[in-house]
Write a protein that binds this ligand. Structure first.
Ligand SMILES: [Zn+2]
Length: 80
């Protein structure tokens, strides 16, 4: 599993990132990066704060491209 810096750009807050292949994306999710739906069947990433209480229970599904560009655009929704 890899960890990356989150949307806030804070080095101390790491997020676990796991790719979800399209074949495993069985229902739609709301991407916090663009506030659009990730349609079922579309490969994307699931992300959660590594050190925060809640951990994997606090995970969010992101479009792959939205997660990659998270530092250059604002979140449309709060994480929590
Ligand atoms: Zn998105």
């Amino acid at each position: 599993m890899r960890t990356e810096i989150g949307p806030a750009g804070d080095e101390d807050e790491r997020y676990a990132v796991r790719p979800i292949p399209g074949s495993r994306a069985t229902k739609p999710y709301r991407c916090p990066g663009c506030d659009q739906e990730i349609m079922s069947g579309v490969a994307h990433v699931v992300v959660w704060p590594v050190d925060r209480i809640g951990g994997p229970d606090d995970r969010r599904h992101w479009h792959t491209g939205c997660w990659s560009g998270r530092g250059t655009r604002k979140l449309t929704r709060r994480w929590s």
